[in-house]
Design a protein. Structure first.
Ligand code: GRF
Length: 217
């Protein structure tokens, strides 16, 4: 099997990166991570990648005179490792329009809500304030508008009475760690693809969406 060459963009802890690293360890997984890039040089996720023997690059946005120059440096690093598919995993910079266009339909993001609800930062606080009883996480193809784009997969997580931002985010994060490898497998394996602004291929048996959280450990 030819594995898709994946690049992962991070800014911090890298727990979703770790879930992707672990999933890519399976011989039949259709992707392998060939580069991890962080815009924050001290990001814990870089250490996770190094421990897994994956090439890393710290490309600090502060070292570049413009967003475009930073995007060009990212592009160059990704092309030098022949990255075919890109995953944002807790990458806290907005991409330029040019970068989004360069990676159109080859670029995934994970967001800790059931999109299109609760885009943006402080998601769990706003979920709790809104009083919704079900939240979750989404993996989607990246578009210029933040946390927007064709949805690949979602998992729902119940908000429990007495939940704090911390308890809720921890439970959603567990779901994220199942969802992102699931979504990457479907896209890298060619089961799901983008047609216009929709994702097609959902009738495939492996693509059945988990209506509620995938089984958690
Ligand atoms: C996750 O909740 C992800 O959904 C959001 O940022 C967080 C990153 O966490 N985009 P980690 O760095 O993967 O642990």
């Amino acid at each position: 099997m030819t594995k898709k060459r994946v690049g992962v963009l991070i800014s911090g802890r890298g727990s979703n990166l770790q879930a992707l690293i672990d999933a890519c360890g399976a011989p039949d997984f259709p992707a392998k991570i060939v580069l991890v890039v962080s815009n924050v040089p001290e990001a814990q996720g870089l250490v996770r990648a190094e421990l897994a023997g994956i090439p890393t690059a710290a490309i600090n946005h502060k070292d570049y005179p413009s967003r475009e120059a930073f995007a060009a440096a990212l592009d160059q690093a990704l092309h030098s490792e022949e990255v075919e598919l890109l995953c944002n995993a807790g990458f806290l910079r907005l991409h330029t329009e040019g970068f989004v266009t360069n990676w159109l339909n080859r670029h995934l993001n994970i967001h800790p809500s059931l999109l299109p609800a609760f885009k943006g930062l402080d998601t769990h606080r706003r979920v709790l304030e809104a009083g919704v009883t079900i939240t979750g996480c989404s993996v989607h193809f990246v578009r210029c508008e933040m946390d927007s784009g064709p949805i690949v997969a979602q998992a729902a997580v119940a908000v429990q009475p007495g939940d704090s931002e911390e308890s809720l985010s921890a439970r959603v994060l567990q779901a994220e760690h199942h969802l992102y490898p699931h979504a990457l497998k479907l896209v890298a394996g060619g089961i799901l693809r983008v047609q216009g602004e929709s994702v097609v291929g959902r009738t495939h048996p492996q693509a059945q969406p988990p209506l509620f959280s995938p089984p958690l450990d």
